[in-house]
Design a binder for this molecule. Sequence first.
Ligand code: NAP
Length: 426
Amino acid sequence: MSATDTVRVAGNLVGGAWLPAASGRTLDVRDPADDRTLVGTVPSMDADDVARVYTAAADGARAWAAVSTVERGRMLFAAATLLRERADVIARLLTAEMGKTLAEATGEVNKAADFFEYYGGLGRAGRGELLAHERADVLSWTVHEPLGVVLAITPWNDPLLTPARKLAPALIAGNAVVLKPASAAPLVALELARCLNDAGLPPGVIDTVTGQGSDIGDALLEQPALRAVSFTGSNAVGDGLRRALAGTDVRLLAELGGKNAAIVLRDADVPAAVAAIAAAAFAQAGQRCTATSRVIVERPVYDEVVARLVDAAEALAVGPGAQVGTTMGPLVSPAQRDDVLGFVGRAVQDGARVASGGAAPNDEARRHGCYVAPTVLADVGDDMEIWSEEVFGPVVAVTLAEDTDHALALLNGSRYQRTKTVAIAS
Ligand code: NAP
């Protein structure tokens, strides 16, 4: 059966059973390649549903803490095997709900399995340390103990991989996890929970909650059993979590947005640099926190870099992720497409030049999809919004540097601390 033959009516995994919301309310999941197509529905849970999930997770945490780390590791390996066996169906579902190409989705399923194998192996590693002590007859040691119930909140751009890299370490350490996937692409996260459940995890060790984060965010945090939150997503939601959890004993790990830059100096291997930058800018239609979205180019190679970036952008085949030959899929939703086009429009108003793309394809085949043509904006100034704000789409902003010091100053002139430099040569 193909993942997209039927509309999936998914439930949430709660205490080992698949349940709807008590209210019966659901959220629609649509295909970004054609927004008229319903891929599936998931429960729209409310605060009472969330409380029930935590009751199940607290029971799961107690049971799981009593399982040896070696046995936990075996179950993570079993889950990895199930992910690989189900890779075709899961990758198709991922493409159908999120839009990335089938090749990207297949890579994501395999990487998710890698995480479970890596952390499954840690089930046989040490989980503490023997410490030196001044008395010969005294043993002194540290032991790693589970925290209890961990909440994982994940975004839609890697809707399988991000849950996987949160779940695998939390589970091998003996925690139960409540997983809240993004509403735009929750179905593959539920399939991941299914793999773990089928791999033999005791009831309650992995539980899922679907529903709009803005509606159930408070309920997710206000739970006595909650010990830690692992969040990946936007700066705005991350800041809200920091504020909400300040002064509590709940630990918070927050991975937030990015505005990564590449520098190309005059003596760079320009074709190699542009190939690396284009891949980093346009993979997954730029919807990656590690996407290269700013390019700083020294004057002697500026025109060549812009021209080659335009060629690379125009060589991409933009279409449905499941279609053979597509090299860039749609964005995740109409809202994301409109958001990205808004950034481009304001950049042009600010004085940037559209060297390529800059619009949504309007032909019949793609009119109902969430497409944005791969976009190269040249002559961008460092005072423009497009230079400083995360776009999260297939848009690369190019600016001119006079020398290396100027290039580094441009690179560091960003409020995002986490920048990545590629293709720097001198
Ligand atoms: P988002 O809007 O922050 O949503 C992320 C998750 O938070 C979703 O599950 C969302 O649920 C939930 N959420 C929303 N409001 C909430 C609230 N008040 N309380 C609790 N949870 C809430 O981010 P996104 O648009 O999905 O993802 C894009 C962002 O993620 C970008 O900024 C990107 O840079 C960042 N990201 C960072 C990394 C990294 O490793 N640093 C990796 C990938 C993505 P709903 O979907 O129901 O709203």
